[in-house]
Design a protein around this ligand. Structure first.
Ligand code: PBG
Length: 324
């Protein structure tokens, strides 16, 4: 006569048994690897706030993409640092812009690898905001939509497999969908950054993308970390407007929303394990406070367990190696 606890322990007795009853899987095929491509750069340059992540020339981005693919990672997410920034962010929709050039180069060398392009203006504007800034300093939502649509079609023409709007303007998904369709890209899916919180965890990224707002903040168009229902409502709106996949960002502090949005929408869901989450683990590991490998695999497994189908992470290549 066994106590019920004994039964649970019996299932943990061997590695093979633990594997058979494991509820959550983590594989390189769940991961997306973000790349920072810099126009005019001819080498890789470390990003101080994100050890192990570099600014890449286009040639280096092609090589990194190939390495990710050979590790079993199915997709890269591209961010561009343009040659020059201006008030409007015109580098974003330049057919010879950094994202467009990098997309073409990667698709030419690695046609099977998915290229997802981040769609936002903040890396391209001189003021660092995600849209058109009015004279009073506020962001003009509707004027921005036009520029985002131009950028989306330019990215699709360059060969992007998935367009990922991260700007958080209202109505952008429907507007971008219409523009893509009109330009003949009816089969190009949209991965919407639908539940994107105004987060301190984007700090290192803003150094990486040189996109910190020069005045104010993004609280006018990103979600308040205190609001879960609002995040679900925003996500539903994006789905109604035509988003094919939705996202929760950041991931670790918002695992509750990953779970809720997955169960309430039943949509393919990506979670973005953002720059600050990455930097936190790297810093603790460098200080000897955490075991990097065990921590990263636990973090990524937890994001999957919460309900994410796709995990976007700077740890992707390391994790893929550890999972081989
Ligand atoms: C652009 C964008 C940001 C991130 C992804 N796309 C920064 C921001 O909104 O400030 C953050 C990604 C990360 O921190 O890793 N809008």
């Amino acid at each position: 006569m066994a106590f019920p606890q004994t039964r649970l322990r019996r299932l943990r007795a061997t590695h093979a048994l633990r594997g058979l009853v494991r509820e959550t899987s983590l594989s390189p095929s769940d991961l997306v690897y973000p790349l920072f491509v810099a126009h005019g750069l001819d080498r890789r340059e470390p990003i101080a706030a994100m050890p192990g992540v570099d600014h890449l020339s286009i040639a280096h981005a092609v090589a990194e993409a190939g390495e990710a693919q050979s590790l079993g990672i199915p997709a890269v997410l591209l961010f561009g640092l343009p040659a020059a920034k201006d008030e409007e962010g015109s580098g974003a929709w330049d057919d010879e812009g950094v994202i467009q050039l990098a997309t073409r180069a990667i698709k030419e060398r690695h046609p099977e690898l998915l290229v997802i392009t981040d769609l936002c203006l903040c890396e391209y504007t001189s003021h660092g905001h995600c849209g058109v800034v009015r004279s009073d300093g506020s962001v003009d939502n509707d004027a921005t939509l036009e520029l985002l649509a131009r950028t989306a079609t330019s990215q699709a023409r360059a060969g992007a497999d998935v367009i990922a709007p991260s700007d958080m303007m209202d109505g952008r998904v429907g507007f971008i969908r219409a523009a893509l369709d009109e330009d003949g890209h009816t089969d190009t899916p949209i991965l919407s950054y639908s539940a994107k919180f105004a987060s301190a965890f984007y700090g290192p990224f803003r150094e990486a993308a040189d996109s910190a707002p020069s005045f104010g903040d993004r609280r006018g168009y990103q979600l308040d970390p205190a609001n879960a229902n609002e995040a679900v409502r925003e996500t539903r709106l994006d789905i109604e407007e035509g988003a094919d996949m939705v996202m929760v960002k950041p991931a670790l502090p918002y695992l509750d929303l990953i779970r809720r949005i997955k169960s309430e929408t039943e949509m393919p869901l990506a979670a973005y394990n953002v720059s600050g989450e990455y930097a936190m683990v790297k810093a603790a590991a460098a200080g000897g406070y955490l075991d990097e490998r065990a921590t990263v695999l636990e973090v990524l497994t937890s994001i999957r367990r919460a309900g994410a189908d796709i995990v976007i992470t700077y740890h992707a290549k390391d994790a893929a190696r550890w999972l081989q």
